[in-house]
Design a protein around this ligand. Sequence first.
Ligand SMILES: [Zn+2]
Ligand SMILES: [Zn+2]
Length: 346
Amino acid sequence: MADQGVVLSAPGEVALEEIEVDAPGPGEVLVRIDATGVCHSDLHVIDEGGWHHSYPVLLGHEGAGTVVAVGEGSDVAVQLHQGDRVVLGWKTACGQCSQCRRGEPRQCKKPPAAPGRLHRADGAELTPVLRTGTFATHTVVPAVAAVKIPDELPTEQACLIGCAVATGVMSVLETAKVWEGARVAVIGCGAVGISVIQGARIAGASEIRALDLDERKLEQARRFGATHTKPGPVDFVFDVVGRRSTFEQSLELIATGGTVVLIGLSPEGETVEIGLPELFARRARILVSHGGDHVAQEDFPRLAQWAVEGKLDLAGMVTRTAPLEAWDDALHAMRDGDVIRTVLTP
Ligand SMILES: [Zn+2]
Ligand SMILES: [Zn+2]
């Protein structure tokens, strides 16, 4: 059967269509997508006119699957074999940019990609979202972006590690370095917010405040470790929403010396006004978390291990599974806040 993918071909135009997937080049792997989470960033790509990707865009970036073919020629590729089950990472380190060279792979500016392998039926080159393109039956990624997962971990759960879980948990452990006993608040309790809550629990936070306008999400948050559902002074606030109102609320919530971590993608042009004397008086720290500053090769194995050990609840985050054809319903369900995650199974 021909390959299929969900393609954003022009502003607002999205459709499931036939695509062509080339063989992997040197240092690349061809992966059959078995499961892909439907993440807010895909909506962001649609809403923000492609979000810096060139049209046509192959959507999806939270995928897991099976290695079908391995291209020649890289150390990482050599370690992967046909049949390996992998999670795809959209943020791997290049090892060559200035950030990587000064020993900060988590801040890599040029994660490797496998360009030119995916096409529409008419031959036009597809740009896979965040170098992955997982709303598809197959995709091609750099071998370094395919991380093996333990046999015990179901693929429908494993895919969440690729974006929401890495972003949320690593924002806590790596970006913010939350300490044991810290007080934490999370604004926005979707899949990333739930992952922040789980990360805070793993870090040993003494208080985890879940904040969301949607009552259903607050109830869910308690299941994953939230201890409070009302605002209060905290050492760390994670703004998973990224709007003026939530960022301002974040600044109000931090105690002296507290940290605000911005995770959510803001719409183009969003601004805030910050009182500098107040910022100074609070000795506030403001951090930006780029996907939890994760490094796939390093972080995915430990996240997967925690899931197998039951420290990290992934099963509870998968609200529904659906075939690839149901991509539109899945996007709507996310917009409406009906699900933590829909996982599509191409
Ligand atoms: Zn995502
Ligand atoms: Zn780099």
